[in-house]
Ligand binder design. Structure first.
Ligand code: C2O
Ligand code: CU
Length: 556
């Protein structure tokens, strides 16, 4: 195993992700940030310098469990203090498991600002990859707004709240088209066809393939809001990996991907090699007001600029949840050494009801009636050093009032801010059931993809309506549930997860829709913090931990 040393500068750049010049948060002059490539067992060592003129920054390595290095998880107010302008912080962590991952900002809405990139981990040196392919491509999907993320933050936290609306553009590896359409010639509409030379920042991604080969396409979604569907014209895909874990292979024409998820699919280039084919990405689950993102699959017997003979593949209807659910339920774990079966029972079950609320007129999301507000001292240090003043010492509740009707807007729409922590006993098995409900507006319940830091979890089941502890537990899939780090909860439904508290640290568990997290949709889990080793002081130089460190320096 190797240590891979990287030196990164986070900075604002003028960039044209979709043909409209904007300001993006980039790394080393690039947008999206550089792709990290490593092998399982390698150590990643990133010296990250904050070149933003007036704001802090952190980077989270999404899907990397940070076993033994909880201070490298890159979550502001949770695992570390934000890195101040001009300062450098060293992220040092091991990538222990092969898979498709990505990284992104985890402070305010810096992910929406464009702070993200791919993180690809191949199998360890000398080990054989169990899936076979001749070549591979990485695709990072994101959504883009022309309004700057700072303005979005203010809009969302205003009274009354101003919703950010749908994204202007979907991006594939940071590339999309706003003022023109690559597919204009197929429609009767008045869309303006793109005239591109290929060197533009917003020129589409082109995947160069040879005929009769099998390729691995790694797909990750770091969208702020959009749930997506991806299809390759004329080509079937075999799903083989989800969130860094192998799944039982199954074939699809198109695949749904929620923010925070990653997949690998295999496709075979068995189509007419004198043509090119579209890869198209569409919005799911919200009424689409954003045109599809397009990339090109290029076979060698034709010119790159030859447009495919047929229109880009279309996604299932945006509100056809049956299609989405049937896809999600096809995901089953490939049980083996890296993908064990779950423990047959759990020691604790936490049922988390999400509701949309008003607190003093501000629109918020709450979990069991608590809307998360992050404190100024990172939880990791506060708990390790016993600084009880740093956050609410009352843990939030494990249950909601079971008489609550999830099918209609809440009778009482009030809720409370909170910063309390779920203290999980180290070395135990925990079930978490995500319970969806009607939002503020009648007949509205949204998709929420929930992401857990520090762990993979088994997805034991999905259901409609209210989760019933008697009957639904009996139906859990304990044989071959998929191991994931992000799982969706469908409108008016529930999703049940199980994980083992084997990784000392403080871990965020939250909706991966960035505006939802910004409006309080998350919880904090702490486990075995007394077992956490020495935390680098640079990670804790703020809030009450900062004060503590200052006093201890004075004494010495
Ligand atoms: Cu990718 Cu806490 O997020
Ligand atoms: Cu959400």
């Amino acid at each position: 195993a190797k240590t891979r040393h990287l030196k990164w500068k986070v900075e604002y750049l003028h960039w044209s992700p979709d043909g409209v010049e904007s300001v993006v948060m980039g790394i080393n002059g690039q947008f999206p940030g550089p792709t990290i490539r490593a092998r399982a067992g390698d150590t990643i060592n990133i010296e990250l310098t904050n070149k933003l003129p007036t704001e802090g920054v952190v980077i989270h390595w999404h899907g990397i469990r940070q076993i033994g290095t909880p201070w490298a998880d890159g979550t502001a107010s949770i695992s570390q203090c934000a890195i101040n302008p001009g300062e450098t912080f060293v992220y040092n962590f091991k990538v222990d498991k092969a898979g498709t991952y990505f990284y992104h900002g985890h402070y305010g809405m810096q992910r929406s600002a464009g702070l993200y990139g791919s993180l690809i981990v191949d199998v360890a040196e000398g080990e054989r990859e169990i899936i076979h392919y001749n070549g591979a491509f990485d695709i990072l999907l994101t959504d883009w707004w022309h309004k700057a993320s700072h303005e979005q933050e203010v809009d969302l936290s205003s009274n009354p709240m101003r919703w950010i609306g749908e994204p202007q553009t979907l991006l594939i590896n940071g590339r999309g088209q706003f003022n023109c359409s690559l597919a204009a010639q197929y429609s009767n509409s008045t869309e303006n066809p793109c005239t591109l030379r290929g060197g533009e920042q917003y020129a589409p991604e082109i995947l160069h393939v040879l005929p009769n080969k099998t390729y691995r396409l790694r797909i990750a979604s770091s969208t702020a809001l959009a749930s997506l569907n991806l299809a390759i014209g004329n080509h079937k895909m075999v799903v083989v990996e989800a969130d860094g874990n192998y799944v039982q292979p199954f074939t699809v024409d198109n695949l749904d991907i929620y923010s925070g998820e990653s997949y690998s699919v295999l496709f075979t280039t068995n189509q007419d090699p004198s043509k090119n084919y579209w890869i198209s990405v569409n919005v799911r689950g919200r009424k689409p007001q954003t045109p599809p993102a397009l990339a090109l699959l290029h076979y060698p017997n034709t010119h790159i600029s030859t447009l495919p003979t047929s229109a880009p593949p279309v996604a299932p209807r945006w509100d056809d949840y049956d299609v989405s659910k049937s896809f999600t339920k096809k995901l089953l774990g490939l049980v083996g050494p890296t993908n064990p079966q779950p423990p047959p029972t759990s020691d604790r079950r936490i049922i988390l009801l999400n509701t949309q609320n008003f607190i003093d007129g501000y629109t918020r999301w709450s979990i069991n009636n608590v809307s998360l507000v992050l404190p100024s001292t990172p939880y990791l240090g506060a708990i390790k050093y016993g600084l009880n003043g740093a956050f609410d010492q009352n843990p939030p509740p494990d249950r909601y009032n079971y008489t609550y009707d999830v099918t209609v807007p809440a009778a009482n729409q009030n809720s409370a801010y909170g910063s309390g922590v779920y203290n999980l006993t180290f070395g135990t098995t925990v079930d978490v059931v995500l319970q969806n409900a009607n939002a503020i507006k009648a007949n509205v319940s949204e998709i929420h993809p929930w992401h857990l830091h520090g762990h993979d979890f088994w997805v034991l089941g999905y259901g409609e309506g209210k989760f019933d502890e008697e009957t639904d537990v009996a139906k859990f899939n304990l044989r071959d549930p998929p191991l994931k780090n992000t799982a969706v909860v469908y409108p008016f439904g529930w999703t049940a997860l199980r994980f083992v508290t084997d990784n000392p640290g403080v871990w965020a568990f939250h909706c991966h829709i960035e505006p939802h997290l910004h409006m309080g949709m998350g919880v904090i889990f702490a486990e075995g913090v007394d077992r956490v080793g020495r935390i680098p002081v640079e990670a804790m130089a703020c809030g009450l931990t900062g004060k503590m460190l200052m006093n201890s320096n004075v004494r010495h």
